[in-house]
Design a protein around this ligand. Structure first.
Ligand code: BT5
Length: 326
């Protein structure tokens, strides 16, 4: 009932009388009063005047389904959102519940206390300042095809940022950079049998409204936020919905065919690494090479010092800048 009352409040331009609400839902005025109080506790600013009723003044800056659904135009991505104020890691939670969830279910949190990066690294996730979410996917393709799925997330984030006037570059395979600094990281994890995927969890973390002093000291020279770069606060609700909208359109051809031509096109055009000298890092080995292209399979085509040209399926690279490789 809470969400229904909230919807009524959002749709009504003037005061909504308690009587009207109680008629509509067949509940007592006291029950309505209780619901209104619980909405207020969640951060909704609601004016109540006797004999006039209730009026919604403002909604909190939270990423619940109620708050983002007006901006969503997806068919299945994000149509069910599990929202948490605080969580260990949205990826961890997504993996725990994936077996009983349908395709496109999203886990969102305002804060992660054990946000994770690749290879056991951490992802700094301060409360209410970023967007931290994971999408549960169940594509019917061979598990070998999953590594390129990260590019679908990257292309969706890139285009959603472009839509709000923020230019970013995609650092294959899982980073989004602005002015050479990381603003978003993607962590794709999978559970599969030999020939069949049980589920894929794609986790995306974006630094949105952090000020410079809110970026951890050890990350200051390599991380940034949308607010720092655009000098403006960004609407997290609209941005999350826009990413999910774009994600669905890039992901749909992948579900059965394993094709992501359009996403690869976006990643190729906006690559931070094509044409650059980079270090290819694999465990403890680092090899210098030049990035030639991103091929249609989503692999990075690189040329090594001895002239050998090879497609790389997955890995990690650091880009040569004025201060060495970053
Ligand atoms: C990533 O790993 O970039 C993947 C990050 C994925 C985070 C999302 S948030 C929602 C979901 N739930 C999770 O628990 N995770 C996902 P990697 O390429 O390994 O980069 C990790 C490195 O980035 C760290 O070792 C730091 O150097 C740096 N880093 C950590 N927090 C950062 C931040 N907030 N902004 C920029 N860089 C950060």
């Amino acid at each position: 009932m809470k969400n229904k009352i909230l919807r009524l409040l959002k749709e009504s331009e003037d005061f909504l009388s308690g009587e009207k609400i109680s008629e509509e839902f067949g509940v007592t005025r006291a029950a309505i009063w209780k619901t209104i109080n619980s909405l207020k506790e969640e951060g909704y600013e609601i004016e109540s005047i006797s004999r006039k009723g209730y009026r919604l003044l403002s909604s909190p800056d939270v990423l619940s389904y109620e708050e983002i659904k007006d901006y969503l135009n997806t068919r299945f991505i994000g149509r069910k959102i599990h929202y948490f104020d605080t969580i260990n890691s949205t990826n961890k939670m997504a993996k725990e519940i994936a077996h009983k969830q349908g395709e496109g279910v999203v886990i969102v949190a305002e804060e992660q206390i054990e946000g994770r990066g690749r290879l056991g690294r951490t992802w700094d996730s301060p409360r209410g300042k970023g967007i931290y979410f994971s999408i549960i996917l169940k594509p019917q393709v061979h598990p070998m095809k999953v590594s390129k799925l990260t590019l679908v997330g990257a292309a969706a984030v890139h285009l959603a940022l472009e839509e709000i006037g923020i230019k970013s570059k995609i650092k294959w395979p899982n980073d989004i950079l602005i002015n050479g600094k990381k603003v978003c990281g993607i962590l794709t994890e999978m559970s599969s049998e030999l020939n069949m995927i049980n589920y894929v969890v794609m986790g995306i973390g974006i630094n949105v409204n952090l000020d410079r002093n809110e970026i951890p000291k050890d990350l200051q020279d390599k991380a940034t936020s949308l607010k720092i770069e655009s000098r403006d606060k960004v609407n997290r609700k609209k941005l999350l919905a826009s990413i999910l909208n774009k994600f669905e359109s890039f992901y749909t051809p992948f579900m059965e065919e394993g094709e992501i031509t359009q996403a690869i096109e976006v990643c190729r055009k906006n690559s931070a690494v094509i044409g650059k000298e980079v270090q290819m890092i694999n465990g403890s080995t680092k090899r210098l090479c030049k990035v030639i292209d991103l091929n249609d399979a989503g692999e990075l085509v690189v040329e090594f010092a001895d002239g050998r040209i090879e497609p790389i399926i997955s890995g990690e690279i650091s880009i040569r800048g004025i201060n060495g490789y970053t």
